[in-house]
Design a protein around this ligand. Structure first.
Ligand SMILES: C[C@@]1(CC(=O)O)C2=NC(=C\c3[nH]c(c(CCC(=O)O)c3CC(=O)O)Cc3[nH]c(c(CC(=O)O)c3CCC(=O)O)/C=C3\N/C(=C\2)[C@@H](CCC(=O)O)[C@]3(C)CC(=O)O)/[C@H]1CCC(=O)O
Ligand SMILES: NC(=O)c1ccc[n+]([C@@H]2O[C@H](COP(=O)([O-])OP(=O)(O)OC[C@H]3O[C@@H](n4cnc5c(N)ncnc54)[C@H](O)[C@@H]3O)[C@@H](O)[C@H]2O)c1
Length: 189
């Protein structure tokens, strides 16, 4: 059974620490910034890939620290992603996060993760998150590509219209709900 509970985080209002500045660190930072360009992120690693350094030049909210991991870097962070190539360090990060009650993702060990990153389909304001319960990230990526192709670009106009109608509707909650359900019925046919 897939017991994961999906939520959409306001990543720009949270502080995220990424430990590790290699390929996986780059992948995770890119995922964070492409969803929340202004998300405050600190990345700690003794060696940091050039692509990450370029991202930091474009995003002043991405702070790079050239150092090995230590618990003091957890301070003031809400989320942590452990993405070093050292399994023992990643496991230590998880243990430390647990004792600080900080949510943690350990890129090389799904069993140690409090949350997984998802594959993200985006069409304007519509966002669909895909997870395979850790079974196949490649499937999640491919399915994203399929959905991206199927969803029409006109979707944003539909969402904008629905928002306008939603804001204009008078009456109590029940009446609004019935009207909006009526208008969107065509989507099911
Ligand atoms: C969705 C996506 C989001 C993102 O990362 O932003 C994501 N992985 C992506 C790509 C990807 N990752 C890997 C490959 C290579 C092929 C392969 O191994 O399959 C590819 C494909 C590629 O890059 O083409 C390797 C890999 N990944 C994990 C392990 C460890 C393990 O499973 O033990 C290993 C082996 C490492 C090794 O062997 O060394 C683990 C996780 N990867 C997850 C998410 C979480 C589960 C998500 C779910 O529930 O489906 C989870 C559990 C934890 C986490 O990372 O949060 C992103 C696609 C974004 C997109 O394009 O849409
Ligand atoms: N979840 C995923 O999507 C996914 C995908 C591929 C690989 N992985 C796993 O993620 C891990 C990292 O892979 P990679 O390709 O990014 O490795 P990499 O060699 O490219 O980078 C490793 C990074 O960790 C840093 N590092 C090493 N020791 C450190 C320490 N004590 N403190 C802080 N930083 C430290 C290095 O300086 C470097 O920046 C591997 O174990 C790999 O199996 C996960």
């Amino acid at each position: 059974m897939n017991t994961l509970f999906p939520i959409f985080l306001k990543i720009e209002n949270l502080r995220t620490l990424v430990v590790g500045g290699g390929y996986v660190g780059l992948e995770k930072v890119t995922a964070l910034l492409s969803n929340g360009p202004n998300a405050p992120i600190t990345l700690v690693a003794p060696e940091i890939r050039e692509e990450i350094r370029t991202l930091a030049e474009q995003h002043p909210n991405l702070q790079l620290v050239y150092d090995r991991y230590s618990t003091r870097y957890l301070e003031n962070n809400d989320l942590v992603i452990g993405a070093t190539n050292d399994k023992a360090v990643n496991a230590q990060i998880q243990t430390d996060c647990k004792s600080h009650r900080i949510l943690v993702n350990v890129a090389d060990t799904p069993d140690l993760c409090d949350f997984y990153l998802s594959s993200v389909v985006r069409k304007g304001d519509l966002k669909i998150a895909i997870s395979t319960n850790g079974k196949s990230p490649t499937f999640a990526k491919r399915f994203r590509e399929v959905l991206e192709e199927i969803l029409p670009d006109s979707l944003q106009a539909t969402l904008d219209n629905l928002q306008t109608i939603r804001n204009r509707l008078k009456g109590d909650f029940q009446e609004k709900l019935e009207r909006l359900n009526e208008i969107t019925k065509v989507m099911k046919s």
